[in-house]
Design a protein around this ligand. Sequence first.
Ligand SMILES: Cc1cc2nc3c(=O)[nH]c(=O)nc-3n(C[C@H](O)[C@H](O)[C@H](O)COP(=O)(O)O)c2cc1C
Length: 413
Amino acid sequence: MQINYDFLDKYTFKSKDITLANHVIMAPTTLKASLSDGSVSDNELNYYRLRAQGPAMIITEAAYVNDLGRGWEGGISAADDDKIPGLRRLARTIQSGGAKAILQIFAAGRQTTTTILRGQQPVSASSQAYPHGDHEMPRALTHSEISQTISDFAQATKRAILAGFDGVELHGANLYLMQQFFSSDSNRRDDIWGGTAEKRQRFGLAITAKVAQTIEKYADKPFLLGYRQSPEEPMTPGITLDQSLTFAEKLTALSVDYLHLSLNNAFQTPFRDKTDTKKVIDYYRAILPPDYPLIIAGLLKKPEQVEALLDVGGEGTFAALGRELIVEPNWVAKVKNNDETAIRYALSPSDFELLAVPKTLENWLLTRFRNGLPITTDSEFNPKQPWQYYKHVMIKAAKPIDPTQLMTLKKRP
Ligand SMILES: Cc1cc2nc3c(=O)[nH]c(=O)nc-3n(C[C@H](O)[C@H](O)[C@H](O)COP(=O)(O)O)c2cc1C
């Protein structure tokens, strides 16, 4: 029986003449596979090419806007004009499958190390280390460095425009620099950039306004501006849902075309107040203009969950799939073709090459993300001894993968 999911319907933005083919978005997923100078690599192009046929829009992994913004080895750079040709290949690769290409741009702030910054100390709003675990002490950015960083976001946007992207997403989430300015944990300043909740919003708002101006000036086709938020922080002091909602109202009053929430679970209730039973998405819908485009990420895997999200969020709600699109590049095609039983929800280590997962991402998935990702053990892989597996893996030169190969793979039991 063919199910007519609403999430397969088209959507046209009211703010810009851009139509999305459906309501499924590929969530930004760092591959750590760029060349050492931040240029886009063939491994990255292969990964994106394989996933470009289904989702309406692909948001790339976070690209750093300046050298101090680099968050990890193998990150994509949008920090220099010489990166434009590689970024152009990335945009074209994504668009070749019909998806809109959005470049996520960021600066890591204190979420990096002196080693990754080649000897430079990490920077943040204040000299305040991340409170949990063993993290380096950052230094506070000076006023002129803050102004420069705001221009760096604008310059990165100009490069995304010249490279042919369909938009940029400002990464104001996941504890990176934009969030660090907004948070009363990391921002202890008492100048114009901190001291009150309103002043802590200023950095994000200034970047948004400058990026919007850049789009106005340089884009010769409709070009989206999105903003990603983490609505709450676990630490005290830290970002509260109320603060994020007030901030979201201001952002959407500027030229922000969509808001993107980075959640652990798309249907979650606030985690700072465990007694609150109202969903975070309902709080956002209550303050946003009717039908305002709202992307939600967090553990969405099955078609019925995506449909339920649209039921909860209403018109203008989009589902961002992260880990599920690593495992199943043909998710949208299988839903459209009424082939849902063939959707894969678990990863086998022997499939990494076929899935075009670069070694760097594979390594990360098998260690840091091991708990959040179902991995079958139908190969020589033993999760207790991952190094044994690596000994047997042949590192092959990157080669393009035929997406149709994957369609023939059967779902694992
Ligand atoms: C390997 C990996 C890399 C990620 N890289 C980014 C990133 O570059 N930018 C970002 O905003 N979120 C990043 N995320 C978070 C995802 O976009 C998403 O919010 C998160 O995985 C939850 O969605 P999921 O449950 O569908 O995976 C990453 C997640 C994973 C698993």
